[in-house]
Write a protein that binds this ligand. Structure first.
Ligand SMILES: [Zn+2]
Length: 68
């Protein structure tokens, strides 16, 4: 993937967590998305698997791009 800011090739990797990886409109005490307000989970952990989502990083711009 090409960085949309600087145009260089981005590095592919993963974002992972022992807990759900969520997009939230504001920081919350409880890690649970409010789907009625546009919040959602990018990845959820399984019984024996951490939450994992493919991600691309540009170290020049210090940006991470994640599909959902
Ligand atoms: Zn860049």
């Amino acid at each position: 993937m090409i960085c949309p800011i600087c145009g260089t090739e981005m590095e592919q990797g993963v974002i992972e967590s022992a807990e759900a990886i969520n997009f939230l409109m504001t920081e919350q005490f409880i890690n649970k998305p409010d789907e009625a307000n546009g919040e959602f989970s990018l990845a959820r952990p399984g019984m024996v698997k951490r939450a994992v989502k493919e991600a691309f990083v540009c170290r020049n711009c210090r940006k991470v791009i994640i599909d959902f």
